[in-house]
Design a protein around this ligand. Structure first.
Ligand code: GLN
Length: 493
């Protein structure tokens, strides 16, 4: 049986499972074949789990034998793959770092146990920038993930494997994590949907921490509907993660924006951000086209001012390394992972961290230690926190006039491998539109918004087309607004 993997969605697969035209085993086999054929070139997977087919058979068995149990499992037999920084009991998880080579998860991350309870199966783990630090997967200790649309370009990052695997039809849906854009930017580079939920709506128990005031787990999928369905399953308060929001917290936040009418959404655009220069002309044109499309769908679009947003990137690159430097302190060669012996305890630290952590991770630990050190703490860390509050206040004001804010997801389409490798600042600039949502905790989604044709040809002699994405940012806990505007936009695209 040949399956058209391109058009499959969670709901179409569920329908086929139900009416008996497809089994989970057949579907997983089709994905394994696709991985065999394509992943040598792309390198999206760190590992394909040996028990993938076995898990699928088990799901098919449950469907056959027990319809009531199956009825309570919306994802029964649905194949997921997850970023290499989330724990699955008994499976390796290494954050694409040498320091965690052969590390095996001792328990399921909360997102994993929620998905397992819903019947999902896991076919593999996905490549990423080491410890999620980067925007291209070039910082993985296991090789870059290439862009399925053009093998000379990156898939984006840090969840590059999570986006590329969906785009190359090697798995139905995936999870990524987002500290400053790591779900949305690779989704935009690969032409798929990526959702960063509100800070605290999805448990991070079992996620390897990068920046603890910024990190969120979210879905990557082909459609908005799938992102919504996965979000509904993985979100919720968790007693293992004290930063998760209770239902009452969520309710309280939603009430603050109860004036939002989902049928008449007002979209804000930010001229000061678009006019700052450095944005690829194709990205600007695509944004303007997207605005016209929204207008033609009857959406009101107006300009808003966010005077402090120009400082977001600087604030992020002070606060994030500060948090990285403390989170990474646990990798001391004693508690977790690899060890390179030295002549004494300090020697163990220096050898282990010097040899088993990559250059970008070490750069951020050093930067973070510096901004937190006595004498500089006030000048950098505290100041960045003050500006963070100002940015938050700007958004609160803007949301009095509009319900959702629109920007490109990234200032350029997927870039060439190696292009930004020698210039960390050029690499950091790719995060200009995404970091703000993390700084102030709001939910944001990247939606495919078309392609730009470039002046190069692929192996078949066809002109290469690179996907572009736009980002919508909604007020705290208003993921529903993102789903609504995302569906509306896709309908007129
Ligand atoms: N590219 C950003 C960085 O390098 C975002 C990373 C992320 O969200 N994990 O920090």
């Amino acid at each position: 049986m040949t399956i058209d993997l391109k058009t499959l969605t969670i709901s179409s697969v569920r329908e086929m499972f139900k009416n008996g035209t497809l089994t989970s085993e057949e579907l997983v086999q089709a994905y394994l074949d696709q991985i065999n054929m394509k992943d040598k070139d792309i390198n999206a997977f760190r590992e394909v789990f040996a028990d993938a087919i076995e898990q699928a058979k088990k799901a098919d068995g449950i469907r056959k034998n027990n319809s009531t149990e199956a009825g309570n499992m919306p994802f029964l037999g649905i194949p997921f793959a997850v970023k290499d920084n989330m724990l699955i009991e008994g499976k390796q998880a290494g954050a694409s770092s040498k320091i965690l080579e052969n590390y095996v998860g001792a328990y399921d991350a909360t997102v994993i146990s929620k998905l397992k309870n819903a019947g999902a199966i896991f076919i593999g783990r996905l490549n990423m920038d080491e410890f999620a630090m980067g925007g291209s997967t070039e910082n993985s200790a296991y090789g870059v993930t290439k862009n399925p649309n053009d093998l000379s370009r990156v898939a984006g990052g840090s969840s590059g494997g999570s986006a590329a695997s969906v785009a190359m039809d090697a798995v139905l849906v995936t999870l990524g994590s987002d500290t400053g854009g790591s779900i949305r930017q690779p989704a935009s580079y690969c032409g798929v949907v990526g959702l960063k939920p509100t800070y605290g709506r999805v448990s991070r128990h079992g996620l390897m921490a990068m920046g603890s005031s910024l990190d969120v787990i979210g879905p990557i999928s082909k459609t908005v509907e799938e992102a919504e369905e996965i979000f509904n399953v993985i979100s919720g308060q968790d007693r293992y993660d004290a930063t998760t929001l209770s239902d009452a917290d969520v309710q309280r936040m939603i009430e603050k924006t109860s004036n939002i009418n989902l049928k008449k959404l007002r979209v804000g655009i930010v001229p000061e951000l678009m006019n700052m220069g450095g944005i690829n002309p194709a990205v600007l044109k695509n944004l303007n086209d997207s605005i016209e499309k929204l207008k033609s769908a009857g959406v009101e679009v107006k300009e808003v001012s966010l005077p402090h947003i120009k400082y977001s990137l600087a604030v992020y690159y002070v606060l994030m390394p500060a948090e990285v430097s403390s989170n990474m302190a646990r990798f001391d060669s004693i508690k977790y992972g690899g060890k390179v012996e030295g002549k004494d305890l300090l020697g163990d630290y220096l050898n282990t961290r010097g040899e088993l952590l990559g250059k970008e991770v070490r750069r951020r630990i050093i930067l973070g230690t510096y901004v937190l050190s006595s004498g500089y703490h006030d000048a950098y860390y505290n100041k960045a926190n003050i500006v963070r509050d100002l940015i938050s206040a700007d958004f609160k004001k803007a949301y009095e006039e509009v319900d959702v804010i629109l920007t490109p997801t990234a200032p350029s389409p997927a870039f060439k491998m190696g292009q930004n490798s020698s210039d960390p600042v050029a690499m950091y600039l790719e995060d200009i539109f995404t970091v703000t949502a993390n700084l102030i905790g709001i939910p944001a989604i990247s939606i495919p918004s078309g392609f730009v044709e470039i002046d190069e040809v692929n192996d078949n002699g066809e002109k290469i087309k690179l996907p572009l994405g736009i980002q919508f940012m909604a007020p705290l806990c208003r993921e529903d607004v993102l789903f609504e505007i995302g569906k509306k936009f896709k309908a007129v695209l």
